[in-house]
Design a protein around this ligand. Structure first.
Ligand SMILES: [Zn+2]
Length: 303
């Protein structure tokens, strides 16, 4: 199972070597999108795809993510030892590997510094929940991991208490990390998050952010469950729908408290299938249908 040899392991690989070229091209393509969206200035950010029990492809250090070629891509084992590639592996690979080891379902990771989400990381402001349907269904609560010096194991371990039921973590005073079954999915989470943070800041400038009602939130969580997405609110008892954190046990030092945004209303925890389907306002049903359509489209595009 374990190998620390200098050459790429040939066993327990999920992809044949033929697919490596395609995966390396995909890392370059998503790198172009990360750079193009302004999510990684200069040589910031890094991307990885797990290709076997003990092998991960990753971007190299000191390279602009918008201008990588497949030959630049490195390979490491799960301890971070480089096993292939001309260039040196990213210094942040330990963060990617910590997530992949803790969450075997995760096959790809994107770390970058998208400006709007990173502004929340710098301010230590929790990202409000119960505002936009897509964010509730695709993302749920976005935890904020404590600050540590980047590139270290200590830094990589900061995300560990926050990995259950989420696919994106804010890194305090640093940036974001998102993950999923594919690299597109991991990038997509960062894109949704940064767009959401931007909308929140714009709405705040207009003077107010309106939150969903309890019933609207329950309906979105019902939909999320039906679609097979996980959410920490499905697991944690006595967790408000929108206000207190489902990750509160993970915050050892301080629970981030809203200062810039008005606190979300306190609703009792998620009640499965308790959202009244009859007598529901037509606009809510329309909303749920619109999200279902979007989710189905996104899933069809992925497959
Ligand atoms: Zn970084």
């Amino acid at each position: 199972m374990k190998t620390t040899s200098k050459t790429a392991p040939t066993t327990n690989r999920w992809n044949s070597g033929i697919n490596d070229r395609k995966l390396k091209e995909l890392i370059c393509e998503i790198g172009r999108r990360v750079y193009g969206k302004g999510f990684a200035a200069a040589n910031d950010g890094n991307l990885s795809i797990r290709v076997g029990e003990n092998e991960v492809l990753c971007s190299p250090t000191m390279i602009c993510k918008g201008f990588m070629s497949p030959d630049d891509i490195c390979a490491v084992d799960l301890e971070g030892n480089q096993i292939a590639g001309q260039k040196k592996r990213t210094s942040e690979i330990l963060l990617h590997l910590a997530i992949m080891k803790a969450r075997p379902d995760v096959k790809a990771v994107v770390h970058c510094h998208p400006p709007h989400a990173t502004a929340f990381a710098v301010a230590g402001e929790p990202i409000p929940q119960c505002v936009l349907p897509e964010v509730e269904v695709f993302m749920g609560e976005i935890p904020i991991a404590p600050y540590e010096t980047p590139g270290t194991q200590k830094f990589a371990d900061t995300v560990l208490p926050f990995l259950k039921g989420t696919s994106c973590v804010i890194l305090r005073n640093h940036g974001t990390v998102s993950f999923g079954k594919t690299l597109e999915e991991a990038f997509w989470k960062t894109e949704i998050l940064d767009s959401y943070c931007r909308i929140l800041m714009l709405a705040q400038q207009l003077g107010r952010v309106n939150y969903f009602t309890q019933q609207q939130t329950n309906e979105l969580l019902d939909l999320k469950k039906r679609l097979g997405f996980d959410d920490p609110r499905f697991h944690v008892e006595n967790c408000d729908l929108c206000s207190n954190s489902a990750f509160r046990d993970g915050y050892k030092e301080e629970l981030p408290n809203p200062k810039a945004f008005e606190p979300a209303p306190a609703y009792p925890g998620y009640l499965e299938n308790k959202s009244a389907p009859s007598g529901t306002a037509g606009d809510i049903e329309g909303l749920v249908k619109a999200i279902t359509d979007q989710v189905m489209q996104a899933m069809a595009a992925k497959s």
